[in-house]
Write a new protein. Structure first.
Ligand code: AMP
Length: 439
C-alpha cells in the first residue's frame, strides 16, 4: 500500500462540507469588504520566493519544496501566497487599474517542510488577502478588521488581536542595530539557528520557536521605541482607526512576524482555545511597502494577511460543536426493473428543480433500500413501483414523521417544494444554522 506523504492529509467526503462552509464564509466576508478572488499557480520560479519571502527566513532556508523541472529550471511549491499575488499583480499590471488599492484575496494549498504536529502540516491551506497600492493607515485597519470579521462570522469569539509596528526602512535599520548591540554579549546563550540569524537578520531572533520565552529575548529592545516620527504617526493613525471601528486589540511590542518583507504595521490574531495546542495563531499579516518594488514592480505600498485554514477548522470544531449535516431531499426507492428508468427520470427532473436526490444503484431488495435510506437520512423517501406507474402516482414518505401520501406524479415537484417549506419553517431540517439546535 502506498501511503500519503508525511504532513499531508486527505479531506474525506464527510469532511468536505466543513471546508465548503468555511470557503463560503470567506467568500461572503470578502465580498463585504469588496475584495476580489485571485488564483495563482501552486508553483513558481524559486527566485520569486528567495527574493520575495527572503533568503534568510526559515521558510526559504529550511522549508521550501524546491526541484528542477525537466527543462532544468529551479521551481518551488509555493510556501505562502503573497509573493505569487504580487508577481501576478506586476505581470498583469493590476496596479495600473483605475480602482486603487487593488484588493485581492486567495485560498489554496501551501507547502512547507516543517515538523508536522496538530495545526502544522507540510501541505496546508491558507486564506489570504492583499491590498496593493495604498499607504493609508486606514487600509491597515481595514485589513485587521477584515480578518477579525471573518472570525466573527465563524463565531470564533475568544480571540486576541495583537498589533505592533516595525516602522519603515529607516526605523527598521536603527532598531536592527540596537538589537544587535543588545544581543551581542548574550548570543552564545541562544540556539544555533539564532546565532546564524543574528548575523543575517537579527529581527528573526525574536521570532525563534526554540528560544520563545527566553528572558534574553523578553527583555530585548522593542521596535516601537525606535520609530521615526513619521512611522509613529502612521501607527497612531492605525490605532485611532481601530478604536473608531470599536475593534478590541492589544499593542504587543514584541511582535515581529517571521517573513522578511514586513514594514510598519504587523498583526496576529490568536484564538484562546485549548484545542489548538501551541498553534494558537490563526492569522498573521501586516504592511509590506517594499516587496512590490523588490520584485521589479513599481513602488507600491501594500498590506495583507494570511489565515491557516486548518487552524480555523480546529477552532471552529471546539466552538461550534454541531456540524451541519450533509443534506439530501429525496431518496428514490424504485420497486422492480420495470420502473428503474422511469424512476431515474423522476429523480433527474427533481434535480433540475434544485432538489438534492439519491438513488439505489445496486438494485438491492426492499429492506436494503430502506437501510440505505436510513444511512442517508433524506427528508423524503419516494416509493415507486409498477402499480404507481400505472396510476400515474408516487408515494412520498416524510422520513422524520413517517407520514406517507400518494401524490399524482405531475404534482410531485410542487408537493415536495411546499412540504419542504412547511418542514423548514415549522421545525429544523438539521442545517438551518438559526434554530436553537443548530445555532
Ligand atoms: P505565515 O505565512 O507564516 O505568516 O503564516 C500565516 C498563518 O498560516 C499562520 O498564522 C498559521 O495559521 C498558518 N500556517 C503557517 N504555517 C503552517 C503550517 N505548516 N501548517 C498549518 N498552518 C500554517
Amino acid at each position: 500500500m502506498i501511503n500519503k506523504i508525511k504532513g499531508t492529509y486527505d479531506i474525506l467526503p464527510d469532511e468536505t462540507n466543513k471546508w465548503q462552509n468555511l470557503e463560503e464564509v470567506i467568500r461572503n466576508v470578502s465580498k463585504l469588504f469588496n475584495f476580489k478572488e485571485i488564483r495563482t499557480p501552486i508553483f513558481e520560479y524559486s527566485e520569486l520566493f528567495h527574493r520575495g519571502v527572503g533568503e534568510t527566513t526559515d521558510i526559504v532556508k529550511k522549508e521550501t519544496y524546491d526541484f528542477k523541472d525537466r527543462g532544468g529550471r529551479s521551481v518551488t511549491l509555493r510556501p505562502e501566497g503573497t509573493a505569487s499575488v504580487v508577481r501576478s499583480a506586476i505581470e498583469n499590471k493590476l496596479y495600473a487599474s483605475a480602482n486603487q488599492p487593488v484588493k485581492l484575496y486567495y485560498h489554496g494549498p501551501m507547502f512547507r517542510y516543517e515538523r508536522p504536529q496538530k495545526g502544522r502540516y507540510r501541505q496546508f491551506r491558507q486564506f489570504g488577502a492583499e491590498a496593493l497600492g495604498s499607504n493609508s493607515p486606514l487600509i491597515d485597519a481595514e485589513i485587521i478588521n477584515y480578518a477579525s470579521t471573518v472570525l466573527e462570522a465563524l463565531r470564533i469569539k475568544d480571540i486576541t488581536v495583537k498589533v505592533n509596528s516595525l516602522g519603515g526602512s529607516e526605523s527598521k535599520e536603527t532598531y536592527k542595530q540596537k538589537l544587535k548591540e543588545y544581543l551581542k554579549p548574550n548570543i552564545t546563550k541562544l540556539c544555533s539557528d539564532c546565532q546564524r540569524r543574528y548575523e543575517e537578520n537579527p529581527l528573526r531572533v525574536l521570532d525563534c520557536k526554540v528560544d520563545k520565552g527566553n528572558p534574553i529575548l523578553v527583555k530585548a529592545p522593542k521596535p516601537l521605541d525606535y520609530l521615526t516620527d513619521e512611522d509613529r504617526y502612521h501607527f497612531d493613525q492605525v490605532i485611532e482607526a481601530l478604536d473608531a471601528i470599536g475593534l478590541n486589540y492589544v499593542v504587543d511590542n514584541s511582535l515581529v512576524r517571521g517573513l522578511d518583507y514586513y514594514t510598519h504595521t504587523v498583526f496576529e490574531i490568536d484564538a484562546n482555545l485549548e484545542s489548538l495546542g501551541a498553534q494558537k495563531t490563526l492569522v498573521g499579516g501586516g504592511r509590506y511597502n517594499n516587496l512590490v518594488k523588490s520584485l521589479d514592480g513599481p513602488d507600491v505600498p501594500s498590506v495583507g494577511f494570511a489565515f491557516g485554514m486548518e487552524r480555523l477548522l480546529i477552532a471552529l470544531e471546539s466552538v461550534n460543536k454541531i456540524e451541519p449535516k450533509p443534506f439530501i431531499h429525496c431518496f428514490m426507492i424504485a420497486l422492480g426493473d420495470s420502473v428503474k428508468n422511469d424512476s431515474l427520470r423522476i429523480v433527474n427532473d427533481l434535480r433540475h428543480g434544485g432538489l438534492v436526490c439519491d438513488y439505489d444503484f445496486f438494485n438491492k431488495n426492499l429492506k436494503g433500500k430502506f437501510k440505505q435510506s436510513d444511512r442517508l437520512n433524506p427528508m423524503f423517501n419516494l416509493i415507486y413501483g409498477s402499480e404507481e406507474k400505472e396510476k400515474g402516482v408516487i408515494n412520498v414518505k416524510v422520513v422524520k414523521t413517517g407520514e406517507q401520501k400518494q401524490v399524482p406524479l405531475k404534482d410531485l415537484y410542487q408537493f415536495l417544494v411546499n412540504s419542504i417549506r412547511n418542514i423548514t419553517t415549522n421545525s429544523c431540517a438539521g442545517n438551518c444554522s438559526s434554530c436553537d439546535e443548530c445555532d
